[in-house]
Design a binder for this molecule. Sequence first.
Ligand SMILES: [Fe+2]
Length: 133
Amino acid sequence: MGSEAITLALNGNRSNLVVICAEDKTVRLKDLKPGDSALYHLEGHFFKLTKGKTGELIADTLNISVKQVNITATDGVDITAPDVSISGNLTIGGNCEAAGRVIGQEGGTFKGIESETHRHKENGRDNLSDGPQ
Ligand SMILES: [Fe+2]
């Protein structure tokens, strides 16, 4: 179906053919510049290395299954997605800012103050208030 291959018959033996290269020009990436490199699939998804030390992976799904992932991004990381979920704990080394609400199913501790049980000194009195309702 449009694929091309170079076939060798070693020692002239046609019963033991070796295919050393195959491609389908209809799906081959056409915008590659000199020095670029790419790996592509018949369905159109691809991995491309281009000028400026840039790598690009275009696909519907990327599955990574390893013991450890380490990402070092000296300028930043941007994630564009409608939802991001993490199944385990999350530790943040810097500030955390949310444009929307922060919702905790089990309460939280802020500077040692428990959000669900802390009490206040009532105005003008020495006694403490009840905890949050
Ligand atoms: Fe309070």
